[in-house]
Ligand binder design. Structure first.
Ligand code: CA
Length: 231
């Protein structure tokens, strides 16, 4: 049983009911289902959700507008948002992620997937911000020393360029988070860094080559971007 509060914004009553039903079964009993974006914005200030499941296609205010409003409000900006979208809304997904949504799920989705994504985000949100003095980052077979900027894979040292190191570090320290290409460009932008999305694909390819058998840990999300997973 979990005391985390989940706000569901979904204009189709039946879908909302179903989500609430499954969340209850998984131990999330503090749920609130609203039908419109306007209600969602009101409830954020009284219900204080730990996570929001936000349908993109809503009558009146769109899910995108709700996301934009929340992310520009300092008191709400840190609440994780998962977009619920139709498959055809790929370009909206990219815009949404760049606007600050944390993840998305395309309809129809399995409840298992929904719960897994929610747990991952809630876990991430509960973690205190990483200690700057922490000099090692580890993910499965990958170990990064942030001071010496050395990478070991399965215990063996592997050479990474500055850009590759920074990309790997960003992905590894944000496990399960989807980055759009443009977000990666923005995060890594610097004098010697690639500045185009195409260059980012090339950089990802380079990092994957060095990860060899573990290259699958960097997952390509078609039409959207990349995600690092440890599974
Ligand atoms: Ca809808």
């Amino acid at each position: 049983m979990s005391d985390e509060r989940i706000l569901i914004v979904e204009d189709e009553q039946a879908i909302g009911d179903l989500i609430v039903y499954h969340l209850n079964r998984e131990g999330y009993h503090q749920t609130l289902h609203v039908l419109t974006g306007e209600e969602a914005l009101r409830e954020v200030n009284s219900f204080h959700p730990n996570l929001i499941l936000l349908d993109l296609m809503l009558p009146g205010m769109s899910g995108m507008d709700v996301c934009r409003r929340l992310k520009s409000d300092p008191s709400a900006a840190s609440i994780p948002i998962i977009f619920l979208t139709a498959k055809s809304e790929e370009s909206d997904i990219v815009v949404g992620l760049e606007m600050g949504a944390d993840d998305y799920i395309t309809k129809p989705f399995s409840n298992r997937l929904l719960i897994a994504r929610m747990r991952s985000l809630l876990r991430r949100a509960a973690q205190t911000s990483p200690d700057e003095s922490e000099s090692f980052v580890k993910a499965g077979p990958i170990q990064m020393n942030l001071l010496s900027r050395q990478v070991r894979i399965d215990g063996n040292p592997v050479e990474f360029t500055v850009s590759e190191f920074n990309l790997l570090h960003l992905l590894v320290s944000n496990k399960d988070r989807v980055f759009t290409r443009n977000q990666l460009v923005m995060e890594l932008r610097g004098d010697d860094y690639p500045v185009t999305e195409r260059a980012m694909d090339v950089l990802v390819l380079g990092v994957r080559r060095k990860l060899k058998d573990h290259s699958v840990m960097i997952e390509t999300i078609r039409g959207v971007g990349y995600r690092f997973t440890e599974k």
